[in-house]
Design a protein around this ligand. Structure first.
Ligand code: NDP
Length: 287
């Protein structure tokens, strides 16, 4: 099976190399043409224009900075999009993804949305996985081709879903990493290195992992039994972290946000409920 790859940033390049390594023919196009040079030397076929890249294959992978780049590249192409399956692996908001599906449908093309969940160096390895959404039959037809860059994980027909999963997991990822940095800075005020924190942080994250299953049940049911860690107890801890950070003279933005959620949950009457009731504040339902 052959494929066209448009966009040769670090991710697009890694994808092309995965296809070449598995013996697939790949046609490539990039705004900055020189970025294709080494890939062409490795076996990729250079398209001289976007139209040529589209004409080469039914399946066209896009790996671009955002969805605006897709419009910049594909808008002038008109009829050349008819019958194509555009797999957009660029990140953007779910809403822009849905609009893009309509935009492509109006031009006779289908959109499969992808959210790549690994960094470039892991693309094409056994650890790589990608969320997809869009028309199911089309996804299933091209799934073997998509599997080359990582395990395809189809989430549903709504084109925004893959982006939503991508954003949700990165939400978790970025917030957790920021927490690690804040904790490092806090300990650092006493001259303790981040390296010293690591084994404790790993143990802490293992504990966090073990809490997720039961917590998800509370989140999904909207019932938050407070017989264990309730909002008042956890909120007092949030207060202490905020005060300790302030006293230590470091930035309090992150603990202030967490403390703010607990304060609002208490004000909304959730004090004796489980800490999971914060989700009602986050959902904007309480107050
Ligand atoms: P880059 O931002 O480096 O990719 C840029 C690519 O988009 C280049 O090919 C660039 O062309 C092209 N591009 C940008 N704007 C335009 C435009 N207006 N017109 C034409 N081409 C344009 O990103 P990455 O390769 O790192 O990532 C690609 C996507 O994958 C992003 O959406 C990113 O969020 C996502 N992602 C990245 C991960 C990573 O670890 N890097 C991990 C998971 C997802 P040119 O070379 O000419 O500038």
């Amino acid at each position: 099976m052959s494929v066209t790859q448009i966009g040769l940033g670090p991710m697009g390049r890694a994808m092309v190399r995965s296809y070449l390594a598995k013996g697939h023919a790949v046609t490539v196009w990039n705004r900055t043409a020189s970025r294709a040079d080494d890939l062409v030397a490795e076996g990729a076929v250079r398209a001289g224009s976007v139209a040529e890249a589209l004409a080469a294959n039914e399946v066209v992978l896009l790996s671009l900075t955002d969805y605006q780049a897709m419009y910049d590249i594909l808008s002038p192409e008109g009829e050349a999009l008819r019958g194509k399956v555009v797999v957009n692996l660029s990140s953007d908001t779910p809403e822009r993804t849905r609009v893009a599906a309509e935009w492509l449908a109006a031009r006779g093309a289908e959109l499969i949305t992808g959210g790549v969940m690994v960094p470039e160096e892991m693309v094409g390895t056994e650890h790589s996985f990608v969320f997809y959404s869009g028309p199911k039959a089309t996804f299933e037809r091209i799934e073997p081709l998509l599997a080359v860059i990582g395990r395809p994980d189809y989430r549903g027909a709504d084109p925004g879903l893959a982006q939503l999963y991508y954003q949700a997991l990165l939400d978790l990822f970025l917030t957790t990493l920021s927490g690690f940095l804040h904790a490092s800075a806090l300990l650092g005020t006493a001259g303790v290195t981040a390296e010293t924190l690591v084994p404790y942080a790993v143990e802490n994250l293992t504990l966090v992992s073990s809490l997720l299953g039961e917590s998800a049940g509370y989140v999904d049911s909207g019932k938050h039994p407070g017989d264990q860690a309730n909002v008042l107890m956890m909120g007092a801890t949030a207060d202490h972290i905020h005060a300790a950070s302030r006293d230590a003279g470091i930035d309090v933005t992150l603990p202030a946000v967490v403390k703010g959620l607990y304060d609002r949950a208490i004000a909304a009457g959730h004090g004796r409920d489980s800490w999971t009731s914060l989700v009602e504040i986050i959902r904007g339902k309480a107050n």
